[in-house]
Design a protein around this ligand. Structure first.
Ligand code: GDR
Length: 323
């Protein structure tokens, strides 16, 4: 039996649920930090059938003492810091909260690890949003950052804090620069799930129009289930490091819509309405990641195509609405 114990902050989110499942399958005892911010936060863990197997600890990424307590209670040897205000759009309305959770919150978690168990391995959920106004056609670990949202700015702080704790305290702290990753467990505010949910509703005659913002934006979309595997692999390496996790393919929101609507025999042009309300004050026009380092060092490759991903999300939304 394994004695490995992991602590996941943000366990109720999409990645938290997939990572819990993966770690449980590998024999870990999985602890999750539960912030009492919203109701019915456990639905994703339930959908993956792991809600009864994870141990939840009350706490909040903004509250250092609760993180110290979580480290003590869990005796975690691996810490995955996924907690965040993760919706880019909201970060203009809540820039200070976003900075507190996505920037200072990372330092809180790093401090808790350093104080309680400095030899624990630490994973930070960094993001392609740090590249923002891209400085290279294909972004890798050496591409300069240029965040374009309060979210990107806050995440950059968390990223550099992780690098700095590695370099100044010798901690095994790694940063995964993950490009967009989606699944049927994605929150409805993100564009893929907003689209697949609407497609299912339109197909079932529950809705007719879908209001979107900039559909010319391009993203490198992968499957969250594939991406959590990369998080785990990073913490199994002898040396901590930073890795870009992406598919190496970029697609417009428009083409992603086309895939989703066509899957149920519909034409997106008949239903999509451009609504200024969903435009952002500063947009990230295109993201395209180069996962070569992760492929070479971790042996990680994405397994799910965008077509498979989006059609599985439409199917899941159809099932949910019909149930
Ligand atoms: P993103 O994801 O901002 O890339 O961050 P999101 O799905 O919100 O947007 C992707 C692109 O689609 C455009 N878009 C719309 N977006 C939303 N949400 N709603 C709309 O109606 C809409 N219309 C067009 C956006 O402008 C954007 O260009 C995600 C989050 O998961 C982050 O937490 C994570 O760090 C990054 O991915 C990697």
């Amino acid at each position: 039996m394994s004695t490995k114990s992991a602590l996941i902050t943000g366990i109720t989110g999409q990645d938290g649920a997939y990572l819990s499942k993966l770690l449980l399958e590998k024999g870990y005892t999985v602890y999750g930090l539960l912030a009492r911010r919203s109701t019915d936060t456990l639905w994703r863990l339930r959908e993956l059938g792991v809600d009864k197997q994870v141990q939840l600890i009350d706490g909040d990424i903004s509250d250092l003492s609760s993180l110290i307590r979580a480290m003590q209670l869990s005796a975690a040897t691996e810490v995955y810091n996924l907690a965040a205000q993760s919706f880019v759009g909201s970060s203009w309305q809540q820039p200070v909260l976003t900075a507190q959770l996505d920037g200072v919150g990372v330092i809180n978690m790093l401090e808790a690890v350093r104080i309680v168990r400095p030899d624990a391995r630490f994973y930070q959920a960094s993001t392609s949003e740090m590249f923002g106004l891209i400085q290279a056609e294909m972004q890798d670990e050496r591409t300069p950052f240029y965040p374009r949202s309060p979210y990107g700015v806050a995440k950059l702080m968390g990223h550099w804090a992780t690098v700095n704790y590695r370099e100044s305290h010798g901690m095994h702290a790694s940063s995964g620069i993950l490009f967009n990753h989606e699944s049927p467990l994605r929150g409805i505010e993100f564009v893929t799930r907003k689209v697949t949910d609407a497609v299912a509703r339109i197909k079932l005659g529950l809705q007719d129009k879908l209001h979107l913002g900039n559909i010319d934006a391009k993203r490198d979309w992968g499957f969250a289930g594939d991406y959590v595997e990369a998080m785990w692999l990073m913490l199994q390496q002898d040396k901590a490091d930073d890795y870009v996790i992406a598919t190496g393919i970029t697609t417009t929101v428009r083409d992603m819509c086309q895939i989703a609507f066509a899957h149920v025999g519909l034409d997106y042009q008949q239903h999509v309405v451009i609504d200024e309300k969903f435009l952002r004050p500063a947009e990230v026009d295109v993201l395209l990641g180069n996962p070569a380092k992760a492929q070479k060092a971790l042996g990680w490759t994405p397994k799910t195509s965008l077509q498979q991903l989006i059609t599985s999300m439409v199917d899941a939304d159809l099932r949910r609405l019909q149930a």
